[in-house]
Write a protein that binds this ligand. Structure first.
Ligand code: GLY
Length: 255
């Protein structure tokens, strides 16, 4: 069964970390409602959604993709680059322990799941403000015996690798190549987001559907013209928290 681990929006989301965006007021009630619609959308796409309670002491806690990487064999609990977010890792470890054997990124490594883009047995890992070389090396060493190949990718001017690009199936990566090194993507095809929708590359492939924010209609047109089935959600409030559609769930197979 495909499962999505999610967490409710924290009442302190207004104090979230921001790296490249200016702080704007976030409507908490609307953020909560939009996140419920996102969860409902995952459920409609056939995913069993598990919801962790909101954490007032973790403003960014809704972004469950960052504290853990769930693979078929194990889950890697990350050591977050953002100091204020380090406590999230332990809560995700508790939630994931029933599904996977756990491994941990340790000091001096830092790594956030938003920097990890998986294509089969290859993990493209962003070298970003939040993920350092030691974190990438630890991940590569940990996963080599399981047959995974880790490819570092330079990320610039945006939070995470998956802010800059996401794998959307059919050997295709939706990307803003100004924010990452496209040469690292080897033989994958790149679909360039329209220049006026620089944040449009964060999209989530589920089954035969690509889920993406309604805020980027030209990117939606591009995907549809390219043969993808697209579903949009309004996530205007969490977009202000430097989020996308991948970072608000951890999706994996488990009975
Ligand atoms: N607000 C998301 C992050 O900076 O981690």
């Amino acid at each position: 069964m495909l499962r999505a681990l999610t967490r409710e929006v924290s009442p302190t989301i207004a104090n979230c970390e921001l790296e490249f965006l200016d702080r704007q007021p976030i409507d908490l009630a609307l953020a909560v409602e939009q996140h419920r619609q996102y969860q409902a959308c995952l459920a409609e796409l056939g995913v069993h959604v598990e919801v962790l309670p909101p954490a007032p002491d973790m403003p960014d806690g809704v972004f469950v993709e960052d504290p853990a990487i769930v693979l078929d064999e194990i889950a890697v609990i990350t050591r977050m680059g953002a100091l204020s977010r380090r406590g999230e890792s332990e809560t995700l470890a508790r939630a994931l322990a029933k599904y996977r054997e756990l491994r941990h990124i340790v000091e001096p490594g830092t790594l956030e799941g938003g920097d990890v883009m998986r294509v089969g047995k290859t993990l493209y890992v962003g070298y970003s403000r939040r993920t350092n070389v030691a974190g990438i090396q630890q991940l590569a060493t940990m996963l080599h015996p399981l047959g995974y190949f880790v490819v570092p990718v330079e990320v610039r001017d945006c939070l995470h690798l998956k802010t800059a690009c996401c794998y959307i199936g059919n050997d295709t990566v939706l990307a803003n190549r100004a924010w990452m090194d496209p040469d690292a993507l080897c033989s994958l095809k790149i679909l360039d987001v329209p220049s006026d929708e620089s944040r449009g590359a964060n999209a989530l492939r589920l089954g035969d559907t690509v889920l993406m924010p309604a805020a980027f209609p030209r990117t939606r047109e591009l995907l549809e013209r390219s043969g993808f089935r697209v579903l949009t959600i309004d996530n205007s409030e969490l977009l202000k928290a430097e989020a996308g559609v991948t970072c608000t769930s951890l999706i994996f197979d488990a009975p």
